[in-house]
Design a protein around this ligand. Sequence first.
Ligand SMILES: Nc1ncnc2c1ncn2[C@@H]1O[C@H](COP(=O)(O)OP(=O)(O)O)[C@@H](O)[C@H]1O
Ligand SMILES: [Mg+2]
Length: 245
Amino acid sequence: MPSGYDDEWFDAPTLDTDVSAMPAAVCRGVRKVYRTADEEVLALADVDKDFPSARVTSIVGPSGSGKSSLLRILACVDRPTEGSVLIAGTEVAGLGPRGRRMLRRTSVAYVFQNPIDNLVEYLDVTDQMKLAARLRGQRPTEAEIDRLLRTLGLEQRANHKPVQLSGGEQQRVAVACAVIGHPAIVVADEPTAELDSASAERVLQAVHDLREEGVAFILSSHDPAVVAASDHLLRLDHGRVAESW
Ligand SMILES: Nc1ncnc2c1ncn2[C@@H]1O[C@H](COP(=O)(O)OP(=O)(O)O)[C@@H](O)[C@H]1O
Ligand SMILES: [Mg+2]
């Protein structure tokens, strides 16, 4: 089968509704309460937000405002206490552990703050990307890998292992691995926090250039450069929406 058909199959929505016309992720009335032995912490309250495909949305706010809580819910590693979260047209609240695991595998990519945590120590850059795609049930063509390497300015690094790369290069590889299987959303909690400003700038440029792959990037940050590189913003304050555009 020509590879063009392959791609069409993988991109085709499996639901009756036309998910391509919907935002990649939608939050409605999201509330998160953490219950510990002797207290309840309200981390998120009444959060409404759409996260469109092919756009970068940054989530900002002071420490403790609920950014990581919301990103964990969007990444399907935690569930809201109340409210609705749709990822690629699927309601996350109704899923059990197995359903969430499936959705995570097919529709969500997560980029950790510390670049090295995103990579497999003994694989070179090309093999990292192939592995990331395979975990989503896809096999990228050499042309697709080359195109991503060029977009990220990593064409001279294709055969390097993580330890041979700078932190900024490692994080660009992580971003490439995140988009390569065409998930609906890429979630990154403070992805530039460990980088100097020049490296952070290049990672943000990579994210910006890779929007065209069609994924919704959702980044949390304290960094004004991240906000400047975003198409949309959600500002949280004590778990509530303080600004949204
Ligand atoms: N597992 C947890 N148990 C109890 N409280 C938590 C837990 N995780 C986060 N919190 C609390 O929820 C609030 C929001 O935290 P968080 O989402 O980490 O904010 P941010 O990422 O903006 O710093 C804070 O008050 C934090 O202490
Ligand atoms: Mg946080």
